[in-house]
Design a protein around this ligand. Structure first.
Ligand code: NAD
Length: 310
């Protein structure tokens, strides 16, 4: 039997999740959105690309969760994107209500699914989905690190004019201006970045990565990035659905790892059929630990605001 993937929110990120997932034939896809006709129209349109692109899965759209029943993975992208001049955090309470209702309905239809949250502010929204779903922590994962490290890798490849395939990069922390790109553990075919790029250029690349989302918002003016975010969420879904056991930076609920408890923060995870199958706790320098704790402090502030409202 084919796998089933639900994408909640058929906007820019959600629709592109469906595109990447269809091209990879991850399973039958259901798009859900509150906007009448949008998920149905996009689903039909994308189905009609199948004969051209050569993928053979069904793609449908709905305004309710009936057709999503028994999904293996649910990607939640529903919500409002950042507008120019708006921080991810401004979105907090607006998107809290969206995630709460989307999670309740998705979980009622698919009690055994793995949830991947994309909606911003990411770590706080992943925590909302975790609290509302009452799922074990391995089945609620936030997407941010895959995108942040992809941005870091892209900028490094651009700087050195090398294949992006050879660049590996580690990014920890919350998805926000306080994310922690770990230069020390990033490399080009095993060659440490510090051997290849002067310190001032590395600093600039780290800053550009941390502001990678805002750079695109500034260009687009009416919305935020979606191709790379969608590809990143689908890489996680693929690792789950095909039990690839990829090691990916994901936002996970920490219970003491890295000295952090009761919060969603970006850390390296093994992603397989069980969702998060392992959280890797790597030894950090004092400086890196301080940056990670600063970043988790920023997530905690948002979560505290939400908890006061719950
Ligand atoms: P978009 O406006 O294009 O799409 C959002 C869709 O959600 C809309 O179609 C809207 O109708 C729908 N929606 C709203 N409330 C809903 C509900 N209750 N149930 C179902 N659908 C609902 O926005 P986008 O560009 O696709 O971005 C979506 C979210 O993803 C935003 O919060 C954005 O900030 C976030 N995002 C996160 C990352 C990341 O790295 N985690 C990257 C990019 C975007």
């Amino acid at each position: 039997m084919r796998n089933k993937l639900t994408v909640v929110g058929a906007g820019n990120v959600g629709a592109n999740c469906a595109v990447w997932a269809a091209k990879k034939e991850l399973g039958n896809i259901v798009l859900v959105d509150v906007a009448e006709g949008i998920p149905q129209g996009k689903g039909l349109d994308l189905s009609q690309a199948g004969p051209v692109e050569g993928y053979d899965v069904t793609i449908s759209g709905a305004n309710d969760y009936g057709p999503t029943a028994n999904s293996d993975v649910v990607i939640i992208t529903a919500g409002f994107p950042r507008q120019p001049g708006m921080s991810r955090d401004d979105l907090l309470l607006k998107n809290y209500e969206v995630i709460k209702s989307a999670t309740e309905k998705a979980v009622a239809a698919s009690p055994d699914c793995v949830i991947i949250v994309v909606t911003n502010p990411l770590d706080a929204m992943a925590q909302v989905a975790y609290m509302v779903s009452k799922f074990p922590r391995n089945r609620v994962i936030g997407m941010a690190g895959v995108l942040d490290s992809a941005r870091f890798r892209t900028f490094i490849a651009m700087e050195l004019q090398v294949s992006v395939e050879n660049v590996t990069a580690v990014v920890l922390g919350g998805h926000g201006d306080t994310m922690v790109p770990l230069v020390r553990l990033s490399s080009v075919s095993g060659i440490p970045l510090t051997e290849l790029i002067p310190a001032d250029r590395l600093k600039a690349i780290v800053e550009r990565t941390a502001n990678g989302g805002a750079e695109i918002v500034k260009y687009l003016k009416t919305g935020s990035a979606y191709y790379a975010p969608a590809a990143s969420a689908v890489e996680m879904a693929e690792s789950i659905l095909r039990d690839r056991k990829k090691v990916l930076p994901c936002s996970a609920y920490l219970e003491g790892e890295y000295g952090i408890s009761g919060l969603y923060v970006g850390v390296p995870c093994k992603i397989g059929a069980g969702g998060i199958e392992k959280i890797y706790e790597i030894r950090l320098t004092d400086e890196e630990t301080a940056a990670l704790h600063k970043s988790s402090g920023a997530v905690k502030e948002l979560v505290d605001v939400i908890k006061a409202k719950m």
